[in-house]
Design a protein around this ligand. Structure first.
Ligand code: F6P
Length: 547
């Protein structure tokens, strides 16, 4: 594969950037009354306004040219065809098969996986229906009131975020809790108010080797047995979600209580799989299938739309544009929706674990461009009173995604109009900024004399020209949420294709895990081993300092 900077499209974009870098968005809007119409794309009820981006028709055409040169269409086709595009792990990448509501066959090595997915969904439905109806009884014959998901990373962030986002739909179900951290405080605080006789644990781990999850699962099992006084209680209070059936069995969970997943589902792409069991428990299987349905609609849009009208593709290309030419090191995600407050955390894993790579899929180093951005964010309006200063007047360009529902699940006085007004105003302020003349006029109107105006005006100037996408949707329901999340998954994929990296492995997490094992042995054994002086000093400080 040719290096990205050597492509004709990249060279042409380099020249185009030199022309466009000093053009202000204000001017682009002034010169073009049709800009919003042309640059707004819709899918279902979702409306993506890309007009506040530092891009012209020419920019978009050139970016689409880049996508063509990098064969994005071919890569999309290969993913949906079940090819082993995760080359370093030799795996297919088929989260789209998990939500294939069309029954169109999707094959891995010639085998249609759709019936396997349907069977897993049926098992989830049977289990979650019984649980929600109070028919799944615990060891003492009581119905389950609380479900605790024990997982981390992709086995936690996705279901946790969705359960939070769909809280308005969780009527009549159990309370669902999430414990991820190996810090004992997480489990202890979660379990403290719970009744073991009415608590069910879901041990969620694709590999079933993850230290944090297995540690929490062992402690949860000990807590249960200690209180219910019988080892046999585990059978009614523990289920597992994993692709490693043997490890689950040796942990002591009965095969009948295992929900299967497959190696072609990446951890951070797995909320659509049986890893979504806590979602089904919280909101019911019908709502879970609506979530899948929304994602499937976005998948179909992604699979079939021309590149220039393809929402994940356009969004991805704009991200590549800012990272490659404007030096943007990060991307901020700002939901104006309390229910989406965990979206940035989910997206951090999705994007940063997928595209935080310095070596290309072909093993060559990434040179002459940067890959995945630092993804961060927070909810509006809280974030406005925290880090927006840097977005408006800092020295770095941070592209932003604003997201908001037009209707709230909690209509109350004028809360929601105020929320929306803030989002719309922030996007406008980032784009327009405030010129020196405007700043001076405002200060003059406020009664300042010339000296006062001279002193303050520079601080009151906002250069503006700061790009954002505004994503509006009617209301946050399961279908809309599914479409939104699938949009982000495909955006990450397209960027990985352009950058020439494999978005589906995560070797970068291994070294720390290996070293942690060694350090743990040393902490348990009471002496520091072969390390640098700082690491030995830290180990010794812990050994000497603990009681
Ligand atoms: O360490 C990173 C990681 O492998 C993630 O990719 C994954 O989502 C998480 O750990 C949890 O893995 P598992 O589901 O196998 O416990």
């Amino acid at each position: 594969m040719s290096s990205l900077p050597d492509t004709a499209a990249w060279r042409s974009l380099t020249a185009h950037y030199a022309e466009l870098r000093s053009v202000h968005l204000r001017a682009l809007f002034q010169d073009d009354s049709e800009r919003v119409t042309r640059m707004t794309l819709r899918e279902g009820g979702l409306r993506f306004d890309f007009s506040k981006h530092r891009a012209t028709d020419e920019t978009l055409a050139q970016l689409v040219g880049l996508a063509e040169e990098r064969d994005v269409a071919g890569a999309i086709a290969r993913m949906f065809a079940g090819e082993r595009i995760n080359v370093t792990e030799g795996r297919a990448v088929l989260h789209v098969a998990l939500r294939n509501r069309s029954n169109r066959p999707i094959r891995v090595d010639g085998r249609n996986v759709v019936p396997m997915v349907s069977a897993a969904l049926a098992k989830m439905r049977a289990f979650s229906d019984r649980l929600r109806a109070g028919e799944h009884k615990g060891h003492t014959g009581e119905a389950i009131s609380d479900v605790v998901n024990l997982g981390i990373g992709g086995s936690d962030l996705g279901p946790r975020m969705v359960v939070e986002a769909l809280a308005p739909f969780a009527k009549g179900g159990p309370r669902v809790h999430f414990v991820s951290n190996v810090d004992g405080a997480d489990l202890a605080r979660t379990l403290a108010p719970l009744d073991p006789a009415r608590t069910l644990f879901i041990v969620a781990s694709k590999s079933f080797t993850t230290q944090e999850t297995l540690t929490n699962a062992r402690s949860a099992r000990a807590w249960l047995i200690e209180r219910l006084k019988e080892d046999a209680a585990v059978a009614k209070h523990f289920v597992a979600v994993s692709s490693n059936a043997d490890a689950v069995r040796s942990f002591g969970i009965d095969g009948a209580n295992v929900f299967e997943m497959w190696d072609w589902v990446g951890g951070r792409y797995s909320l659509w799989s049986t890893i979504g069991l806590p979602i089904a428990c919280a909101v019911g299987m019908d709502r879970f299938e609506e979530l899948l349905g929304g994602a499937h609609r976005m998948d179909e849009h992604f699979r079939t739309s021309p590149l220039s009208e393809n929402i994940p593709v356009v969004s991805a290309l704009l991200g590549v544009w800012y990272a490659g030419f404007f030096g943007a090191a990060s991307h901020a995600v700002l939901p104006y929706d309390h229910g989406l407050r965990l979206l940035p955390a989910w997206l951090q894993q999705l994007d940063m674990e997928s595209n935080g790579k310095r070596v290309r899929a072909d093993g060559e180093p990434v040179e002459g461009y940067t890959t995945g951005p630092i993804v961060w964010g927070g909810t509006g309006t809280d974030a406005q009173h925290s880090f927006f200063q840097l977005l408006h007047q800092g020295t770095r360009l941070v592209p932003v995604d604003f997201l908001a529902p037009i209707e709230s699940h909690y209509p109350r006085g004028d809360h929601h109009p105020k929320l929306l007004a803030n989002m719309i105003a922030q996007a406008e302020a980032l784009m327009r900024g405030r010129t020196e003349a405007e700043a001076r006029a405002e200060l003059g109107a406020a009664g300042l004399d010339e000296d006062g105006i001279d002193a303050l005006a520079p601080h009151k100037v906002f250069e503006g020209n700061r790009p954002s996408t505004a994503i509006l949707f009617p209301q946050l329901d399961p279908e809309t949420l599914g479409a939104l999340l699938a949009f982000y998954e495909h955006r990450v994929f397209v960027q990985g294709v352009i950058w020439g990296i494999n978005s589906f492995d995560q070797w970068g997490v291994e070294l720390g895990k290996q070293l942690a094992k060694q350090v743990l042995e040393e902490l348990e054994g009471g002496s520091a081993g072969d390390h640098d002086a700082s690491t030995r000093g830290l180990i010794r400080a812990v050994l000497q300092g603990r009681k």
